[in-house]
Design a protein around this ligand. Structure first.
Ligand code: ADP
Length: 627
């Protein structure tokens, strides 16, 4: 081999001196050094420990090397060599392209923008999903997709897109130069590219699946963390910190195990590919050497070919890395895109807008409904009910009878499985939901608060210029909330904490009532809180509710647990087992109870309301006796 290289080159330069200069300038490509070492010292490649070690350096080098090669190594070298072998340096466009930093900045910018859009689109996609979707989804997994998955999905773009154009140019340039220098050598050298491509593609596919599992495990860990931290008081009260940590670690450990498997697989693929590289180099030098000896090729051309081939190969590998990381990112992308693509059944943006104030006459026609999570259990079994505009209808009945479900259907959290809900004679499903909600108010069983100030919580849903401080104060006064808010050191600017933890149950309810006053809805839906409040707080909430129900001429549908709220309702509907069993005013229903007590033997179950009242009165009497 030494003799071969010792022959003077066609350009007249001494090739061995050229080699020395080349080696001293070129500290990058180990395979190249290995190849040269083989030729110069006739050492078998495996005993060249430096080259051997470099093959085993694993992924950091795997990524560093192509970048080094495509960014710094060969092109500058090519310039020098090009000069020696007669190629004009300024015309070496591949080297010029690879030095150009334009694509780098552009790629990073594209990557950042992509991350921005993916995250926003994903959040947009999630927040419009049906409530039924949220019944089965878990928040930890969703937030995990927003943070980890969307990041992982665009990561290759951010890091690799920048070098793709550069590598693509170097690849095409290198390929062309290789064939131009010696097509026979090119054909031979490319035989190693095929197995490398196959191995890398297999690894990429396997790694993509593994990474999808890693993201799922991280999502599960996130769910545990979010639940535990969100319910930290319960965790502390039951001293379950260790159990929660264990649960969390199980999932992160799962992710770690799979991550390590991926790393090992990556390192193995990398090593295998490097040996194939080495094989390629050996083939080139063997066949090239023969060609030189036969006089078909000059030494200069052989070295030139070797360098072009290396340049092309490293660009090819860098591109392959891009493809691999994209395939891996595909795991995350599936989880992100499946959410983005799934359209909600209830489209809140379509339908005709309600522009005028509605009278809010509610009609339910044979409404049937079951939750998606429990399809075998029909909650509402054909409810027909008329609620005249401006009247109050109280829904009463045993727990689990479907009262809250009915309120959910009026809010269109869900659509009935059959039957219709009409508002002023128009099917709720044909109205634009946001325009209906603008005229609706809700006081739910549990007031949901945002980790913002009291003021912002009351104005939730309004922009800053839509409501004045006076309007908010007027609403809180009517809701019996002004005094306690004003007593806070920061008044209306008091931060309520996550989910309103810094407020008591009664205070939160009065804030919800203040929200309803501020909104002045045409239709008020009220799901009375079941959790017991202390008697003072209860009296204040009751007063606020009386004020809310008594004011203005609005339609109210309320789920009542307290007799006092029910008695004044224009209509009481008793729900039992998913059907309306009794309907009428307080007096009418009590009379119904009395007649069934007399035992008319009609067989039909009557007097449900009367017995509810009796039970409630007995409970109150007990309370008084206990006191
Ligand atoms: P009520 O308000 O009269 O106490 P609900 O309307 O809350 O009754 O509940 C009626 C039935 O529907 C209950 O059996 C309850 O378990 C079930 N249910 C309520 N919400 C859901 C849900 N999101 N998914 C599945 N089943 C539900």
């Amino acid at each position: 081999g030494f003799q071969v290289l010792g022959r003077p080159g066609p350009s007249g330069a001494d090739p061995s001196a050229n080699l020395g200069g080349l080696a001293s300038k070129w500290c990058g490509p180990p395979s190249q050094l290995g190849g040269l070492g083989f030729q110069v010292s006739a050492d078998p490649p495996l005993r060249n420990w430096a080259a051997w070690a470099s093959k085993w350096c694993g992924p950091p080098l795997a990524t560093a090397r192509p970048v080094l090669l495509s960014g710094l190594g060969p092109p500058s070298q090519l310039g020098g060599l090009g000069f020696q072998s007669g190629v004009d340096p300024p015309r070496n466009w591949a080297a010029w392209a690879s030095k150009w930093s334009g694509p780098l900045a552009a790629g990073r910018r594209v990557g950042r923008r992509l991350a921005f859009h993916v995250r926003n689109k994903l959040f947009e996609g999630i927040i419009v999903q049906d409530i039924a979707f949220f019944d089965s989804a878990n928040t930890g997994d969703l937030t995990s997709r927003l943070s980890y998955d969307s990041n992982a999905m665009v990561a290759p773009c951010q890091t690799m897109l920048s070098s793709t154009l550069q590598n693509l140019l170097a690849l095409v340039g290198g390929l062309f130069m290789c064939f131009w220098t010696s097509w026979k050598l090119s054909m031979l050298a490319f035989t190693t590219i095929l197995p490398i491509t196959y191995i890398t593609a297999r690894y990429a596919k396997w790694s993509s699946q593994l990474n999808r599992q890693i993201f799922t495990a991280l999502g599960e860990a996130n769910t545990v963390a979010q639940e535990a931290l969100g319910h930290i008081r319960t965790v502390r009260a039951f001293s379950t910190e260790e159990i929660e940590v264990e649960k969390y670690t199980t999932h992160t450990h799962d992710a770690l195990r799979k991550g390590i498997r991926d790393a090992l697989g990556g390192a193995g693929t990398f090593a295998l590919n490097n040996y194939l590289d080495l094989g390629g180099a050996v083939l080139i030098l063997w066949y090239g050497g023969l060609q030189v000896m036969d006089g078909h090729l000059t030494v200069g051309k052989l070295i030139q070919f070797q360098l072009y081939f290396n340049m092309m190969q490293s660009s090819y590998k860098a591109l392959q890395n891009v493809v691999t990381s994209f395939t891996r990112a595909a795991g995350a992308a599936t989880r992100v895109l499946s959410l983005m693509d799934s359209l909600p059944d209830i489209d809140s943006t379509s339908g005709s807008q309600l522009t005028k104030p509605m009278a809010a006459c509610i009609t339910l026609e044979e409404v049937r409904f079951c939750y998606q999570m429990r399809r075998d259990h029909e909650v509402l079994k054909g409810i027909s009910l008329n609620i005249a505009a401006g009247t109050t209808c109280a829904l009463v009945g045993r727990s689990g009878g479907g009262k809250s479900t009915l309120i959910h259907l009026l809010l269109r959290y869900y659509d009935p499985s059959s039957g219709r809900i009409l508002i002023d004679g128009t099917d709720l499903t044909s109205l634009e939901l946001a325009s209906v909600h603008r005229q609706m108010g809700l006081v739910a069983q549990e007031t949901q608060m945002f980790a913002k100030t009291v003021f912002e919580n009351i104005c939730y849903g309004y922009s800053e210029d839509e409501v004045t401080r006076e309007q908010v104060e007027a609403a809180t006064r009517k809701a019996n909330a002004h005094d306690f808010i004003a007593a806070f050191p920061d008044g209306y600017e008091t931060l309520v904490g996550e989910r309103g933890v810094r407020l008591s149950g009664g205070q939160k309810q009065r804030i919800a009532i203040a929200r309803a006053f501020l909104r002045a809805p045409r239709l008020l839906l009220l799901d009375e809180a079941t959790s017991a409040l202390d008697s003072e707080s209860e009296a204040l909430v009751q007063l606020a509710l009386d004020e809310l129900l008594g004011s203005e001429n609005r339609t109210v549908v309320l789920v009542a647990h307290r007799l006092s709220t029910v008695v004044d309702a224009h209509k009481i509907a008793v729900l039992d087992g998913g059907v309306v069993v009794e309907e009428g005013t307080h007096e009418m229903l009590l009379k119904l109870g009395a007649s069934s007590d007399e035992g008319d033997g009609g067989g039909e179950k009557k007097g449900v309301y009367a017995s509810l009242v009796k039970r409630q009165l007995a409970k109150q009497a007990n309370l008084i006796e206990d006191a």
